[in-house]
Design a protein around this ligand. Structure first.
Ligand code: FPP
Length: 236
């Protein structure tokens, strides 16, 4: 069975999951964070080398302040807890996992930024088995514009090419995603990995993200293994 090297996850449906239970949306996000951990573990054990999770987009700032605060507080708690578990050797899930935050992190306070950087540093290792990207304040268009602007600053007057853009993306060092999985039955990219997903296979799961179990991931992987990828060529 062919396994994707890199999977991108659009974790959709936390709000509806909560609404169906008559509980506040923030509990949907909390349940989503638990599902995330199980999926990271499954990705690592089946041998996925790169996984990128869309946790907060550049457009998510338009949500009600209460929800943004709940998501940021969840992120802070998640990072602090990860730092503690990994430093104490308690977290098997993250064994040999390198964690990177992808997105425009310049909007975050120094305190939050230091926490993010410190977790990245803690998990930086030469023998990494899996690179885990957590996309926060991430937007595909923003990423491309920032890559182009960096190139222009560094090379005034020089024509840009695809390689120069790719090497300046937040995901530098990762191959393009082979598979993008979105939950909650939605079939949109929502500004996720726009440049990188030019030839990604797309899979939509009908379950809400908090219900996306390792078994659901296995079903998606099985569907992926049946796809024929052509990259503009004819089927071989
Ligand atoms: C989309 O569902 C989900 C988000 C905007 C947030 C994703 C965040 C998590 C899964 C929590 C884990 C994050 C970390 C790293 C702590 P939605 O709220 O748009 O759902 P809806 O469409 O049903 O309303």
């Amino acid at each position: 069975m062919s396994l994707p090297l890199h999977i991108g996850f659009i974790m959709d449906g936390n709000g509806r999951w909560a609404q169906n239970r008559g509980v506040p949306r923030k509990l949907g996000h909390e349940a989503g964070a638990k599902a995330l951990e199980k999926i990271i573990d499954r990705c690592r054990t089946v041998g996925i080398k790169y996984a990128t999770f869309y946790a907060f987009s550049t457009e998510n700032w338009s949500r009600p302040k209460e929800e943004i605060d709940a998501l940021m507080s969840l992120l802070d708690r998640y990072i602090t807890e990860l730092h503690r578990k990994i430093s104490s050797g308690e977290a098997d899930v993250y064994k040999d996992v390198r964690i990177c935050f992808v997105g425009d992190l310049s909007v975050f306070s120094d305190e939050r930024l230091n926490k993010l950087r410190s977790l990245e540093k803690l998990t930086e290792k030469p023998s990494e088995q899996m690179r885990l990207n957590i996309a926060i304040n991430y937007g595909g268009r923003n990423e491309i514009v920032s890559a182009v602007n960096r190139f222009i600053l560094e090379n005034p007057g020089v024509p840009i090419n695809e390689k120069e853009i790719t090497s300046r993306l937040y995901t530098d060092g990762c191959p393009d995603p082979d598979l993008i999985i979105r939950t909650a039955g939605e079939m949109r990219l929502s500004n996720f990995l726009l440049w990188q997903s030019a030839y990604s296979e797309y899979y939509s799961s009908s379950v809400y993200w908090p219900d996306f179990t390792p078994k659901e991931l296995d079903i998606a992987l099985d569907a992926y293994s049946q796809r024929t990828r052509k990259f503009g060529n004819v089927a071989k």
